[in-house]
Design a protein around this ligand. Structure first.
Ligand SMILES: NC(=O)c1ccc[n+]([C@@H]2O[C@H](COP(=O)([O-])OP(=O)(O)OC[C@H]3O[C@@H](n4cnc5c(N)ncnc54)[C@H](O)[C@@H]3O)[C@@H](O)[C@H]2O)c1
Length: 442
Protein backbone atom coordinates (compact mmCIF):
# COMPACT_ATOMS: atom_id res chain seq x y z
CA UNK A 1 0.00 0.00 0.00
CA UNK A 2 1.38 3.40 -0.86
CA UNK A 3 2.55 5.68 1.90
CA UNK A 4 0.32 8.38 0.45
CA UNK A 5 -2.75 6.33 0.98
CA UNK A 6 -1.73 5.48 4.53
CA UNK A 7 -1.13 9.16 5.28
CA UNK A 8 -4.41 10.09 3.65
CA UNK A 9 -6.31 7.69 5.87
CA UNK A 10 -4.39 8.74 8.98
CA UNK A 11 -4.87 12.43 8.27
CA UNK A 12 -8.53 12.16 7.44
CA UNK A 13 -9.19 10.28 10.68
CA UNK A 14 -7.23 12.81 12.72
CA UNK A 15 -8.86 15.76 11.02
CA UNK A 16 -12.36 14.40 11.35
CA UNK A 17 -11.81 13.47 15.00
CA UNK A 18 -10.42 16.97 15.61
CA UNK A 19 -13.62 18.67 14.57
CA UNK A 20 -15.85 16.28 16.44
CA UNK A 21 -17.17 14.41 13.40
CA UNK A 22 -17.38 10.65 13.37
CA UNK A 23 -14.65 9.76 10.89
CA UNK A 24 -15.60 7.17 8.32
CA UNK A 25 -12.82 4.82 9.38
CA UNK A 26 -13.69 5.11 13.05
CA UNK A 27 -17.35 4.61 12.22
CA UNK A 28 -16.43 1.27 10.76
CA UNK A 29 -13.67 0.00 12.98
CA UNK A 30 -13.83 -3.45 11.52
CA UNK A 31 -13.33 -2.46 7.93
CA UNK A 32 -11.29 -0.19 5.75
CA UNK A 33 -13.13 2.04 3.30
CA UNK A 34 -13.57 0.07 0.12
CA UNK A 35 -12.93 1.05 -3.42
CA UNK A 36 -9.68 3.00 -3.63
CA UNK A 37 -6.40 1.45 -4.56
CA UNK A 38 -7.80 -2.04 -4.28
CA UNK A 39 -4.77 -3.33 -6.17
CA UNK A 40 -2.10 -1.59 -4.11
CA UNK A 41 0.72 -3.75 -2.91
CA UNK A 42 0.39 -4.95 0.68
CA UNK A 43 3.68 -5.31 2.48
CA UNK A 44 3.92 -7.84 5.31
CA UNK A 45 6.38 -8.80 8.01
CA UNK A 46 6.37 -12.06 9.94
CA UNK A 47 7.17 -12.06 13.67
CA UNK A 48 7.78 -15.62 14.92
CA UNK A 49 8.65 -17.65 11.84
CA UNK A 50 9.26 -21.26 12.81
CA UNK A 51 5.97 -23.07 12.31
CA UNK A 52 2.44 -21.65 12.14
CA UNK A 53 3.53 -18.09 11.42
CA UNK A 54 5.39 -19.44 8.42
CA UNK A 55 2.28 -21.31 7.28
CA UNK A 56 0.29 -18.10 7.59
CA UNK A 57 2.86 -16.14 5.60
CA UNK A 58 2.89 -18.69 2.78
CA UNK A 59 -0.87 -18.55 2.31
CA UNK A 60 -0.91 -14.75 2.62
CA UNK A 61 1.76 -14.54 -0.09
CA UNK A 62 -0.50 -16.54 -2.41
CA UNK A 63 -2.83 -13.53 -2.49
CA UNK A 64 -2.28 -11.06 -5.36
CA UNK A 65 0.28 -8.29 -4.91
CA UNK A 66 1.33 -9.21 -1.38
CA UNK A 67 5.00 -9.10 -0.43
CA UNK A 68 7.04 -10.02 2.64
CA UNK A 69 9.63 -7.39 3.51
CA UNK A 70 10.95 -8.71 6.83
CA UNK A 71 11.23 -11.91 8.80
CA UNK A 72 11.65 -11.49 12.54
CA UNK A 73 12.63 -14.27 14.93
CA UNK A 74 14.90 -14.67 17.94
CA UNK A 75 16.51 -17.78 16.48
CA UNK A 76 19.14 -17.25 13.74
CA UNK A 77 18.65 -20.77 12.41
CA UNK A 78 14.93 -20.17 11.91
CA UNK A 79 15.62 -16.82 10.21
CA UNK A 80 18.18 -18.27 7.84
CA UNK A 81 16.09 -21.31 6.95
CA UNK A 82 12.91 -19.35 6.33
CA UNK A 83 14.71 -16.68 4.31
CA UNK A 84 16.09 -19.45 2.11
CA UNK A 85 12.67 -21.11 1.84
CA UNK A 86 11.11 -17.78 0.83
CA UNK A 87 13.67 -17.20 -1.90
CA UNK A 88 13.38 -20.81 -3.08
CA UNK A 89 9.70 -20.12 -3.57
CA UNK A 90 10.55 -17.14 -5.78
CA UNK A 91 10.06 -14.31 -3.31
CA UNK A 92 12.53 -11.45 -2.85
CA UNK A 93 15.21 -11.72 -0.19
CA UNK A 94 13.67 -10.54 3.10
CA UNK A 95 15.31 -8.38 5.74
CA UNK A 96 16.12 -10.37 8.88
CA UNK A 97 15.50 -8.95 12.33
CA UNK A 98 15.56 -10.19 15.93
CA UNK A 99 13.77 -7.26 17.57
CA UNK A 100 10.10 -6.97 16.56
CA UNK A 101 10.05 -3.30 17.65
CA UNK A 102 12.35 -2.44 14.74
CA UNK A 103 9.91 -4.13 12.39
CA UNK A 104 7.10 -1.99 13.74
CA UNK A 105 9.12 1.17 13.10
CA UNK A 106 9.26 0.36 9.37
CA UNK A 107 6.72 2.61 7.63
CA UNK A 108 6.63 0.40 4.53
CA UNK A 109 5.01 -2.44 6.42
CA UNK A 110 1.23 -2.51 6.25
CA UNK A 111 0.51 -5.60 8.31
CA UNK A 112 2.31 -8.06 10.55
CA UNK A 113 1.75 -11.74 11.19
CA UNK A 114 2.37 -12.74 14.79
CA UNK A 115 3.38 -16.41 15.01
CA UNK A 116 5.23 -16.29 18.32
CA UNK A 117 4.36 -18.50 21.33
CA UNK A 118 1.22 -17.37 23.18
CA UNK A 119 3.05 -15.36 25.87
CA UNK A 120 4.47 -13.21 23.08
CA UNK A 121 1.22 -12.26 21.31
CA UNK A 122 0.14 -9.32 23.42
CA UNK A 123 2.94 -6.79 23.27
CA UNK A 124 3.61 -7.05 19.51
CA UNK A 125 -0.12 -6.89 18.74
CA UNK A 126 -0.75 -3.83 20.90
CA UNK A 127 2.37 -2.07 19.61
CA UNK A 128 1.60 -3.00 16.00
CA UNK A 129 -1.87 -1.49 16.30
CA UNK A 130 -0.37 1.65 17.85
CA UNK A 131 2.10 1.81 14.97
CA UNK A 132 -0.77 1.72 12.46
CA UNK A 133 -0.28 -1.85 11.25
CA UNK A 134 -3.00 -4.41 10.70
CA UNK A 135 -2.39 -7.72 12.44
CA UNK A 136 -2.89 -11.39 11.71
CA UNK A 137 -2.25 -12.91 15.15
CA UNK A 138 -2.22 -16.60 15.86
CA UNK A 139 -4.60 -18.18 18.32
CA UNK A 140 -5.13 -18.28 21.24
CA UNK A 141 -5.32 -14.50 21.17
CA UNK A 142 -2.92 -14.45 24.14
CA UNK A 143 -1.93 -16.38 27.23
CA UNK A 144 -4.11 -14.59 29.79
CA UNK A 145 -7.41 -12.75 30.16
CA UNK A 146 -5.66 -9.48 31.03
CA UNK A 147 -3.71 -9.65 27.79
CA UNK A 148 -6.66 -10.43 25.54
CA UNK A 149 -8.56 -7.52 27.07
CA UNK A 150 -5.82 -4.97 26.44
CA UNK A 151 -5.30 -6.31 22.92
CA UNK A 152 -8.94 -5.75 22.10
CA UNK A 153 -8.75 -2.26 23.57
CA UNK A 154 -5.75 -1.52 21.35
CA UNK A 155 -7.45 -2.79 18.19
CA UNK A 156 -10.43 -0.57 18.95
CA UNK A 157 -8.44 2.51 19.98
CA UNK A 158 -6.15 2.43 16.96
CA UNK A 159 -8.86 1.17 14.62
CA UNK A 160 -6.77 -1.63 13.18
CA UNK A 161 -7.90 -4.86 11.58
CA UNK A 162 -6.92 -7.81 13.76
CA UNK A 163 -7.59 -11.24 12.33
CA UNK A 164 -7.13 -14.13 14.77
CA UNK A 165 -5.83 -17.45 13.41
CA UNK A 166 -9.05 -19.33 14.08
CA UNK A 167 -9.31 -20.43 10.47
CA UNK A 168 -12.39 -22.61 10.99
CA UNK A 169 -14.31 -19.34 10.65
CA UNK A 170 -13.33 -19.34 6.96
CA UNK A 171 -14.05 -23.01 6.30
CA UNK A 172 -17.03 -23.71 4.07
CA UNK A 173 -17.95 -27.00 5.72
CA UNK A 174 -17.82 -25.27 9.14
CA UNK A 175 -20.08 -22.53 7.80
CA UNK A 176 -22.59 -25.10 6.55
CA UNK A 177 -22.41 -27.00 9.86
CA UNK A 178 -23.14 -23.81 11.79
CA UNK A 179 -26.02 -22.97 9.43
CA UNK A 180 -27.43 -26.43 9.97
CA UNK A 181 -27.25 -26.11 13.75
CA UNK A 182 -28.92 -22.72 13.51
CA UNK A 183 -31.64 -23.99 11.17
CA UNK A 184 -33.46 -25.60 14.09
CA UNK A 185 -33.58 -29.01 12.39
CA UNK A 186 -31.73 -30.65 15.28
CA UNK A 187 -34.52 -29.53 17.59
CA UNK A 188 -33.68 -28.07 20.98
CA UNK A 189 -29.97 -28.16 21.64
CA UNK A 190 -29.32 -28.85 25.30
CA UNK A 191 -25.59 -29.64 25.28
CA UNK A 192 -22.55 -28.71 23.21
CA UNK A 193 -19.54 -30.92 23.84
CA UNK A 194 -15.95 -30.54 22.72
CA UNK A 195 -13.16 -33.04 23.00
CA UNK A 196 -9.46 -33.03 22.10
CA UNK A 197 -7.30 -36.12 22.63
CA UNK A 198 -3.76 -35.69 21.41
CA UNK A 199 -0.52 -37.49 22.19
CA UNK A 200 1.40 -34.22 22.45
CA UNK A 201 -0.81 -33.23 25.39
CA UNK A 202 1.19 -35.70 27.49
CA UNK A 203 4.36 -33.60 27.22
CA UNK A 204 7.86 -34.93 26.56
CA UNK A 205 10.18 -36.97 28.74
CA UNK A 206 12.13 -34.61 31.05
CA UNK A 207 15.56 -33.39 29.97
CA UNK A 208 18.02 -31.41 32.09
CA UNK A 209 18.37 -27.65 31.79
CA UNK A 210 21.14 -26.66 29.40
CA UNK A 211 22.75 -23.71 27.69
CA UNK A 212 20.52 -22.29 24.93
CA UNK A 213 21.68 -23.36 21.47
CA UNK A 214 23.97 -21.00 19.57
CA UNK A 215 22.22 -18.19 17.69
CA UNK A 216 19.19 -17.97 19.98
CA UNK A 217 18.39 -14.85 21.97
CA UNK A 218 16.85 -16.82 24.84
CA UNK A 219 16.22 -13.79 27.04
CA UNK A 220 14.18 -12.23 24.25
CA UNK A 221 12.34 -15.55 23.70
CA UNK A 222 11.34 -15.45 27.40
CA UNK A 223 10.43 -11.78 27.06
CA UNK A 224 7.85 -10.84 29.70
CA UNK A 225 7.81 -14.39 31.15
CA UNK A 226 9.83 -15.17 34.31
CA UNK A 227 13.56 -15.72 33.92
CA UNK A 228 14.65 -19.35 34.20
CA UNK A 229 17.36 -21.60 32.82
CA UNK A 230 16.92 -22.87 29.27
CA UNK A 231 15.24 -26.23 28.89
CA UNK A 232 14.53 -27.76 25.49
CA UNK A 233 11.11 -29.01 26.61
CA UNK A 234 9.97 -25.48 27.37
CA UNK A 235 11.12 -24.18 24.02
CA UNK A 236 10.27 -24.49 20.29
CA UNK A 237 7.02 -26.34 19.77
CA UNK A 238 6.61 -27.86 23.26
CA UNK A 239 6.36 -24.57 25.25
CA UNK A 240 2.54 -24.88 25.13
CA UNK A 241 2.56 -27.37 28.03
CA UNK A 242 4.08 -24.76 30.38
CA UNK A 243 1.98 -22.11 32.06
CA UNK A 244 4.29 -19.16 31.51
CA UNK A 245 4.01 -19.52 27.74
CA UNK A 246 0.83 -21.42 26.88
CA UNK A 247 -2.37 -22.96 28.16
CA UNK A 248 -1.98 -26.64 27.18
CA UNK A 249 -4.66 -28.43 25.18
CA UNK A 250 -7.34 -26.26 26.84
CA UNK A 251 -6.24 -23.16 25.00
CA UNK A 252 -4.37 -24.75 22.08
CA UNK A 253 -7.38 -26.69 20.79
CA UNK A 254 -9.97 -25.17 23.08
CA UNK A 255 -10.15 -21.85 21.27
CA UNK A 256 -10.64 -23.53 17.88
CA UNK A 257 -13.44 -25.83 18.95
CA UNK A 258 -15.17 -23.68 21.57
CA UNK A 259 -15.32 -20.94 18.92
CA UNK A 260 -17.48 -23.28 16.80
CA UNK A 261 -19.84 -23.84 19.72
CA UNK A 262 -20.13 -20.13 20.50
CA UNK A 263 -20.67 -19.33 16.82
CA UNK A 264 -23.38 -21.93 16.30
CA UNK A 265 -25.18 -21.06 19.53
CA UNK A 266 -24.87 -17.33 18.77
CA UNK A 267 -23.14 -16.62 22.08
CA UNK A 268 -21.59 -13.17 22.37
CA UNK A 269 -20.78 -13.07 26.07
CA UNK A 270 -18.80 -15.03 28.62
CA UNK A 271 -20.26 -18.02 30.48
CA UNK A 272 -22.39 -17.63 33.61
CA UNK A 273 -19.91 -19.77 35.51
CA UNK A 274 -17.08 -22.21 34.90
CA UNK A 275 -15.97 -25.26 36.83
CA UNK A 276 -13.02 -27.46 35.86
CA UNK A 277 -11.69 -30.71 37.18
CA UNK A 278 -8.51 -32.42 36.15
CA UNK A 279 -4.83 -32.96 36.70
CA UNK A 280 -1.82 -34.75 35.37
CA UNK A 281 -3.27 -38.18 36.01
CA UNK A 282 -1.62 -40.39 33.39
CA UNK A 283 1.72 -38.81 32.54
CA UNK A 284 3.33 -38.00 35.85
CA UNK A 285 6.78 -38.89 34.58
CA UNK A 286 6.56 -36.27 31.82
CA UNK A 287 7.67 -32.65 31.61
CA UNK A 288 4.45 -30.66 31.64
CA UNK A 289 2.67 -28.20 33.88
CA UNK A 290 -0.70 -28.23 32.18
CA UNK A 291 -3.15 -31.00 33.11
CA UNK A 292 -3.12 -34.00 30.79
CA UNK A 293 -6.75 -34.58 31.77
CA UNK A 294 -9.33 -31.84 32.07
CA UNK A 295 -13.11 -31.56 32.05
CA UNK A 296 -14.69 -28.11 32.10
CA UNK A 297 -18.35 -27.34 32.67
CA UNK A 298 -19.55 -24.04 31.23
CA UNK A 299 -22.88 -22.82 32.56
CA UNK A 300 -24.67 -21.16 29.66
CA UNK A 301 -28.12 -19.68 29.13
CA UNK A 302 -30.42 -22.62 28.47
CA UNK A 303 -27.80 -25.24 27.62
CA UNK A 304 -24.56 -26.74 28.92
CA UNK A 305 -21.15 -26.67 27.31
CA UNK A 306 -18.55 -29.26 28.22
CA UNK A 307 -14.88 -29.30 27.28
CA UNK A 308 -12.80 -32.44 27.72
CA UNK A 309 -9.22 -33.25 26.84
CA UNK A 310 -6.94 -36.23 27.30
CA UNK A 311 -3.24 -35.78 26.54
CA UNK A 312 -1.34 -38.90 25.54
CA UNK A 313 -4.23 -40.75 23.88
CA UNK A 314 -5.76 -40.28 20.45
CA UNK A 315 -9.03 -42.21 20.57
CA UNK A 316 -12.24 -40.27 20.95
CA UNK A 317 -16.00 -40.44 20.53
CA UNK A 318 -17.25 -41.40 17.01
CA UNK A 319 -13.71 -42.51 16.15
CA UNK A 320 -12.56 -38.88 16.16
CA UNK A 321 -9.63 -37.72 18.26
CA UNK A 322 -11.14 -34.25 18.48
CA UNK A 323 -14.42 -32.64 17.60
CA UNK A 324 -17.52 -30.78 18.62
CA UNK A 325 -21.03 -32.14 18.92
CA UNK A 326 -24.39 -30.45 19.26
CA UNK A 327 -26.95 -32.63 21.00
CA UNK A 328 -30.48 -31.79 19.86
CA UNK A 329 -33.80 -33.43 20.52
CA UNK A 330 -34.03 -34.63 16.90
CA UNK A 331 -30.41 -35.50 16.31
CA UNK A 332 -26.75 -34.85 17.07
CA UNK A 333 -24.41 -32.98 14.72
CA UNK A 334 -20.75 -33.97 14.95
CA UNK A 335 -18.01 -31.89 13.31
CA UNK A 336 -14.26 -31.71 12.99
CA UNK A 337 -11.82 -30.30 10.43
CA UNK A 338 -12.51 -33.20 8.08
CA UNK A 339 -16.31 -33.29 7.94
CA UNK A 340 -19.64 -32.92 9.65
CA UNK A 341 -22.52 -35.31 9.88
CA UNK A 342 -25.81 -35.77 11.67
CA UNK A 343 -26.94 -38.78 13.68
CA UNK A 344 -30.73 -38.59 13.78
CA UNK A 345 -32.76 -39.71 16.79
CA UNK A 346 -35.18 -42.56 16.38
CA UNK A 347 -38.79 -41.61 17.22
CA UNK A 348 -41.62 -44.08 17.80
CA UNK A 349 -41.87 -45.21 14.19
CA UNK A 350 -39.40 -43.17 12.22
CA UNK A 351 -36.37 -40.99 12.56
CA UNK A 352 -37.19 -37.61 14.04
CA UNK A 353 -35.36 -35.81 11.28
CA UNK A 354 -33.84 -36.42 7.90
CA UNK A 355 -30.06 -36.49 8.15
CA UNK A 356 -28.23 -34.72 5.33
CA UNK A 357 -25.36 -36.47 3.62
CA UNK A 358 -22.02 -36.28 5.39
CA UNK A 359 -20.35 -33.00 4.43
CA UNK A 360 -16.61 -33.20 3.80
CA UNK A 361 -14.21 -30.30 4.23
CA UNK A 362 -12.63 -28.80 1.11
CA UNK A 363 -9.51 -28.15 3.26
CA UNK A 364 -9.44 -24.51 2.21
CA UNK A 365 -10.20 -22.85 5.52
CA UNK A 366 -6.68 -21.54 6.07
CA UNK A 367 -6.14 -20.13 2.60
CA UNK A 368 -9.62 -18.60 2.71
CA UNK A 369 -8.80 -17.06 6.09
CA UNK A 370 -5.65 -15.47 4.66
CA UNK A 371 -7.52 -14.21 1.59
CA UNK A 372 -10.15 -12.73 3.88
CA UNK A 373 -7.50 -10.78 5.82
CA UNK A 374 -6.05 -9.29 2.64
CA UNK A 375 -9.51 -8.52 1.26
CA UNK A 376 -10.44 -6.87 4.54
CA UNK A 377 -7.46 -4.54 4.21
CA UNK A 378 -8.04 -3.87 0.52
CA UNK A 379 -11.77 -3.80 0.09
CA UNK A 380 -13.35 -3.59 3.51
CA UNK A 381 -14.56 -7.20 3.46
CA UNK A 382 -15.65 -8.22 6.96
CA UNK A 383 -13.01 -10.14 8.89
CA UNK A 384 -14.02 -13.75 9.52
CA UNK A 385 -12.27 -13.96 12.91
CA UNK A 386 -12.15 -10.36 14.04
CA UNK A 387 -10.44 -9.84 17.40
CA UNK A 388 -13.68 -10.00 19.42
CA UNK A 389 -14.13 -13.58 18.16
CA UNK A 390 -10.63 -14.59 19.23
CA UNK A 391 -11.16 -12.72 22.47
CA UNK A 392 -14.33 -14.58 23.40
CA UNK A 393 -13.05 -18.10 22.80
CA UNK A 394 -9.75 -17.29 24.56
CA UNK A 395 -11.77 -16.00 27.52
CA UNK A 396 -13.58 -19.35 27.77
CA UNK A 397 -10.32 -21.29 27.49
CA UNK A 398 -8.48 -19.23 30.12
CA UNK A 399 -11.42 -19.39 32.53
CA UNK A 400 -11.30 -23.18 32.14
CA UNK A 401 -7.63 -23.24 33.13
CA UNK A 402 -8.05 -20.75 35.97
CA UNK A 403 -10.91 -22.74 37.51
CA UNK A 404 -8.67 -25.81 37.41
CA UNK A 405 -5.76 -24.04 39.09
CA UNK A 406 -7.84 -22.65 41.94
CA UNK A 407 -10.12 -25.69 42.10
CA UNK A 408 -13.23 -23.55 42.38
CA UNK A 409 -16.31 -22.76 40.33
CA UNK A 410 -15.69 -19.21 39.09
CA UNK A 411 -17.80 -16.27 37.94
CA UNK A 412 -16.33 -13.67 35.58
CA UNK A 413 -17.87 -10.21 35.19
CA UNK A 414 -17.18 -8.86 31.72
CA UNK A 415 -17.98 -5.27 32.68
CA UNK A 416 -15.42 -5.05 35.44
CA UNK A 417 -13.18 -7.72 33.86
CA UNK A 418 -12.85 -9.43 37.23
CA UNK A 419 -13.52 -12.86 38.67
CA UNK A 420 -15.98 -11.88 41.32
CA UNK A 421 -16.10 -14.83 43.71
CA UNK A 422 -12.45 -15.77 44.22
CA UNK A 423 -9.53 -13.46 44.92
CA UNK A 424 -7.16 -16.28 44.14
CA UNK A 425 -8.71 -16.78 40.70
CA UNK A 426 -8.93 -13.03 40.10
CA UNK A 427 -5.22 -12.69 40.79
CA UNK A 428 -4.56 -14.99 37.81
CA UNK A 429 -6.21 -12.72 35.27
CA UNK A 430 -3.11 -10.68 34.41
CA UNK A 431 0.45 -12.02 34.47
CA UNK A 432 3.31 -10.06 36.05
CA UNK A 433 5.60 -8.91 33.25
CA UNK A 434 9.34 -9.29 33.75
CA UNK A 435 11.32 -6.09 33.45
CA UNK A 436 12.21 -4.40 31.14
CA UNK A 437 8.96 -5.53 29.48
CA UNK A 438 5.96 -3.60 30.74
CA UNK A 439 2.35 -4.76 30.60
CA UNK A 440 0.79 -2.48 27.99
CA UNK A 441 -1.79 0.13 28.82
CA UNK A 442 -4.11 1.48 26.16
N1 LIG B 1 -4.08 -21.70 13.72
C1 LIG B 1 -3.61 -22.91 13.96
O1 LIG B 1 -4.19 -23.91 13.57
C2 LIG B 1 -2.32 -23.04 14.71
C3 LIG B 1 -1.54 -24.20 14.59
C4 LIG B 1 -0.32 -24.25 15.28
C5 LIG B 1 0.08 -23.19 16.08
N2 LIG B 1 -0.72 -22.10 16.19
C6 LIG B 1 -0.31 -20.96 17.04
O2 LIG B 1 0.81 -20.32 16.44
C7 LIG B 1 1.64 -19.75 17.45
C8 LIG B 1 3.06 -20.28 17.26
O3 LIG B 1 3.05 -21.67 17.43
P1 LIG B 1 4.18 -22.54 16.73
O4 LIG B 1 3.74 -23.94 16.80
O5 LIG B 1 4.50 -21.94 15.41
O6 LIG B 1 5.39 -22.29 17.76
P2 LIG B 1 6.97 -22.47 17.49
O7 LIG B 1 7.61 -22.59 18.83
O8 LIG B 1 7.19 -23.56 16.52
O9 LIG B 1 7.39 -21.11 16.77
C9 LIG B 1 7.39 -19.88 17.43
C10 LIG B 1 8.49 -19.00 16.84
O10 LIG B 1 8.43 -17.72 17.47
C11 LIG B 1 9.78 -17.30 17.72
N3 LIG B 1 9.79 -16.27 18.76
C12 LIG B 1 9.67 -16.41 20.10
N4 LIG B 1 9.73 -15.21 20.69
C13 LIG B 1 9.90 -14.29 19.72
C14 LIG B 1 10.02 -12.87 19.70
N5 LIG B 1 10.00 -12.16 20.82
N6 LIG B 1 10.19 -12.26 18.50
C15 LIG B 1 10.23 -12.97 17.36
N7 LIG B 1 10.12 -14.32 17.31
C16 LIG B 1 9.95 -14.96 18.47
C17 LIG B 1 10.49 -18.59 18.11
O11 LIG B 1 11.89 -18.48 18.03
C18 LIG B 1 9.90 -19.57 17.10
O12 LIG B 1 10.65 -19.55 15.90
C19 LIG B 1 1.03 -20.17 18.79
O13 LIG B 1 0.28 -19.13 19.32
C20 LIG B 1 0.15 -21.35 18.42
O14 LIG B 1 -0.95 -21.54 19.29
C21 LIG B 1 -1.88 -21.99 15.51
Amino acid sequence: MSINRRNFIKNSVTAAAGIGMVPSLAGSVLSYPAGTNANDKIVLALIGARNMGWGDLRDLLKQPNVECKTLCDVDDAVLEQKAKDLMDEGHPKPLLEKDYRKVLEDKDIDAVIIGTPDHWHCLPTVEACAAGKHVYVEKPLANSIGEINVMMDAARKYKRLVQVGQQQRSGDHWKSAIEFVQSGKLGTIRQVKFWANFNYGAGNMPVPDSEPPEGIDYDRWLGPAPKRPFNQNRFHGSWRMFRDYGGGLMSDWGVHLIDMGLWAMNVKTGPRSVFSMGGNFANRDRALEMPDTLTVLYEMDGFNMIWEHNGGVQQGPYDQLYGVKFIGTNGTLIANRERWKVLPEWGEEAYRMEAPEEQPSDKKSHINHCANFINAIRTGEKLAAEISIGHLSALYAHLGNISHWVDERIFYDEKTRRITNSEKADSLITPAYRSPWVFPSV
